[in-house]
Design a protein around this ligand. Structure first.
Ligand code: ZN
Ligand code: ZN
Length: 313
């Protein structure tokens, strides 16, 4: 079972769209495997949004080059930490970017200085968004859930002012959380803004300091994912977070164990996903995908169906 080219497809709704999805309008949300860091690419037929770029200077820029993507409509730096903005430097240096959204925080690191320089030296417009603001990008509506106003004067922990976005595509929605922690999550909830979403990126790499049960429950995701490096020194994702998801019956996967995750959604709200790897030692599907309660999992070997398992409740 060593690094064979397994792909996993989980269909939560319509299997029929799986092999013919290119015929229809769709959105793809890709959690790029950047090791210990975040990077999420959102693509529709007409628009591309990049949220964070991992730590390495050229990792995501190279990934975009491989996909022949030279133009991004929006680039979002969720907050000042290097595992989110480091790779945005390479993207800003090498790609055409229309607008950079950033929360306004300053930081003392070399990486932050490079990030600000890269914005200044690019042709991109710069904007600090605020809760309730939204941007229409073709069929995508990009909603800002957090923070409220600029975080330029914020003196607390940088993670708590991460930009959190809700990507709406017809009846589908996904929330990308940056490194927001529980205080910020509860602040979003108390604002009364709509947080419902089929897909939730867990804040702060699946850390126990994020994913408050009230937050996860209010979002009501069918799929949650985290982005972290294999055997990272922080222990991300933490068991407490995964237990919260298991209790709520939410399927969860992450880049350390599953590689790059690609979610494809339709305007009617249906979606499916594939991962670039299946964990090597996870022969037992229930071990590999704890918390599965609603999905039918189909394993595909080299895009060919080889097995199907109905996961018990
Ligand atoms: Zn981080
Ligand atoms: Zn952070």
């Amino acid at each position: 079972m060593t690094s064979q080219k397994f792909f996993l497809y989980a269909t939560l709704f319509l299997l029929t769209t799986l092999f013919s999805s290119s015929v229809y309008a769709q959105i793809t949300i890709t959690a790029i495997n950047v090791g210990q860091g975040d990077s999420v690419l959102v693509e529709s037929d007409t628009h591309r949004i990049l949220i964070d770029g991992g730590r390495a200077l050229n990792c995501v820029a190279d990934y975009l080059a491989d996909k022949d993507i030279s133009h991004l409509h929006k680039v979002i730096g969720t907050h000042a930490h290097a595992d989110h903005i480091g790779g945005l430097v390479g993207v800003l240096q090498r790609k055409k970017v229309d607008t950079v959204l950033y929360n306004g925080q300053t930081h003392t690191t070399l990486t932050f200085g490079r990030f600000i320089d890269a914005i200044a030296e690019s042709d991109a417009a710069y904007h600090e968004p605020s809760r309730g603001e939204f941007f229409e990008l073709g069929d995508i509506i990009l909603e800002i859930l957090h923070p409220e106003g600029s975080a330029a004067d914020y003196e607390g922990h940088l993670n708590e002012k991460s930009i959190v976005v809700r990507i709406v595509y017809g009846d589908f929605a996904a929330i990308i959380s940056g490194d927001i922690e529980q205080k910020g999550e509860l602040e979003i909830l108390s604002s009364g803004i709509d947080v419902s979403a089929q897909v939730l990126e867990l804040g702060h790499h699946g850390s126990r300091t994020s994913s408050h049960p009230d937050w996860v429950q209010a979002v009501g995701p069918e799929l949650a994912f985290w982005q972290a490096g294999l055997d990272n020194s922080y222990g991300h994702p933490h068991d407490e977070t995964l237990n919260t998801l298991n209790k709520l019956g939410v399927l969860h996967i992450g880049t350390a164990t599953h590689g790059t995750i690609t979610i494809t959604a339709q305007l009617d709200g249906s979606f499916d996903f594939k991962t670039s790897i299946i964990p090597e030692n996870d022969n037992d599907i229930e071990e590999a995908y704890p918390g599965v309660s609603t999905a039918t999992i189909i394993l595909l070997l080299d895009d060919q169906e080889i097995d199907q398992a109905n996961i018990p409740e």
